[in-house]
Ligand binder design. Structure first.
Ligand SMILES: [Zn+2]
Length: 245
């Protein structure tokens, strides 16, 4: 009798406790305004919307980007100490589209409802207020504005644009109002330096953005495209779950 009871209790505890994976918890903690929970391999929103956490599929580099589940978003390394990114280290380029559409808006019009304009080095830059991204960008601006030597990198920025990634079948982070491209004049993009190269080819790295700028963005939850093997050094994107280790 006693043994049966203990066995039963153990079973119940295992089922109820169905442990939240570490990276699911990172996601939940990074977006407190969303009030997300984890249950039975799903990330669940308060309105009942549930998105699969791990689809169980093995993916090569391209499918990891094109068909990312939430778990895949954490499959690469974002190394804030690295001098330049390792081969195919593109941490942050994998985005689960259902998750981002649910958080920020499922159409251009829906995303636009959440956009606010912030003063950004002489221009009004639209950015989403969802998850407090606008507040973080304002804090970044406040930290950088006292450094006139950095201004030339920061002005002529662009942000919201409901569009797909160049040459791919997935939405750009710019669609959600969470991404900022700083001045293109001082930026490098992997395909400009390596024309005709495929995503799995070896490529040459280039960057002219001062790390001082990068560190301020990262401090406020924005990842930098210059830490991607497929670098895009003008690109910053609000992804606190990646930086929140
Ligand atoms: Zn960009």
């Amino acid at each position: 009798m006693k043994k049966t009871l203990i066995a039963l209790l153990t079973l119940t505890a295992t089922a109820a406790g169905a442990q939240t994976p570490e990276n699911a918890q990172r996601l939940i903690d990074a977006y407190p305004d969303m009030h997300l929970t984890y249950n039975d391999n799903k990330i669940v929103f308060p309105d009942g919307t549930a998105i699969t956490y791990d689809d169980g599929k093995k993916k090569d580099f391209k499918t990891l980007l094109d068909y990312s589940d939430i778990e895949d978003m954490f499959s690469m390394t974002y190394d804030t100490a690295a001098g330049k990114p390792g081969y195919l280290e593109d941490c942050g380029r994998s985005r689960n589209e259902a998750l981002f559409r649910k958080m920020y808006g499922n159409s251009a019009a829906e995303v636009q409802k959440n956009l606010v304009r912030i003063d950004w080095f002489g221009q009004q830059l639209p950015v989403t207020k969802v998850n407090g991204a606008n507040k973080q960008l304002r804090a970044i601006c406040n930290e950088l504005k006292n450094k006139p030597e950095l201004k030339k990198y920061l002005l002529k920025a662009s942000s919201f644009n409901w569009r797909q990634v160049r040459g791919a079948n997935r939405m750009s982070a710019h669609s959600y109002g969470i991404a900022v491209d700083i001045n293109v004049a001082n930026s490098d993009y992997w395909l400009w330096k390596n024309p005709g190269k495929q995503e799995t080819d070896s490529i040459k790295y280039a960057n002219r953005i001062p790390m001082e700028i990068v560190r301020v963005f990262e401090k406020h939850g924005f990842i930098w495209g210059g830490r991607w093997y497929h670098y895009d050094t003008m690109h910053f994107e609000y992804r606190p779950e990646i930086l929140n280790k």
